[in-house]
Design a protein around this ligand. Structure first.
Ligand code: ZN
Length: 81
């Protein structure tokens, strides 16, 4: 297969809507090692429906805690003399 290098310029993509389709993946679950099928929008899943970690609302709320901001403290160099 012939190939060549092409230069791709930087560009930004405006917000838009697009239709995405699900794909049916056949894979082996990382957790239970079963031969399973799963339909998903995203990339190839690792876990079957039973083993996949479920995202609950309670965990999302807990993440909203404010983190203390790191404060930059300039240390003055002491001259030893
Ligand atoms: Zn599984």
């Amino acid at each position: 297969m012939p190939s060549k290098k092409v230069h791709v310029r930087e560009y930004t993509v405006k917000a838009h809507e697009r239709v995405i389709h699900t794909r049916l993946y056949k894979f082996i679950c990382k957790q239970c090692n079963k031969d399973v099928e799963r339909e998903t929008y995203g990339p190839r899943p690792l876990y079957c429906e039973q083993c996949r970690p479920r995202i609950t609302h309670s965990t999302k709320v807990a993440k909203n805690k404010k983190k203390p901001r790191p404060v930059l403290v300039k240390q003055q160099k002491r001259r030893v003399g």
